[in-house]
Design a protein around this ligand. Sequence first.
Ligand SMILES: [Zn+2]
Length: 197
Amino acid sequence: MYPDSLEALIESLMVLPGVGRKTAERYAFHLIEGEKDATEKIIASIETVNQSLTQCKICYNYADKEICKICSNQNRNHNIICVVSSPKDVFSIEKAGQFNGVYHVLKGLISTRKGVMPEDLTINELLKRIDENTEEVILALSATVEGETTALYVSKKLESMNAPVSRLAFGLPIGGQLEYTDDMTLMKAFEGRKRMK
Ligand SMILES: [Zn+2]
């Protein structure tokens, strides 16, 4: 019923999480009928993010430059590394505002079901960051089977290098994903972290 170009816009909006047909239609109409400036700004930001968003060479978080804002911040403790599975988790932990170390993004979790092997992740890159100055490596991984498997694998590797490893244990719901954990729970999980042996 829609012209092809409008139909194409609606369908492309439906790839977004939580956006069904009705919402996509509403967004599409807003984009074509709303303020031209606002629409152009959205188009320009998508283009900019596509062109300039890259990966930090140290921690693999998203960045606009070779080294992300966190890794280039000298006020942070670079000897405490918090290991997460995705950039989204970095932003969740930053929002909670309790952590002043740096991060390492694994870019996924080990999963036999999905065929994700340790070498598909940035585990070797993490190990290269460990040296005698490393005070603590905090594993902040989801309390899922895949999170557990990954935590176990990574902690064994780290322990063989004598790196002190701890893990967020408290408060994280079993099966819970880090990105959906609220700030307060996340703060408590950090405070209650435990040394792994
Ligand atoms: Zn970084």
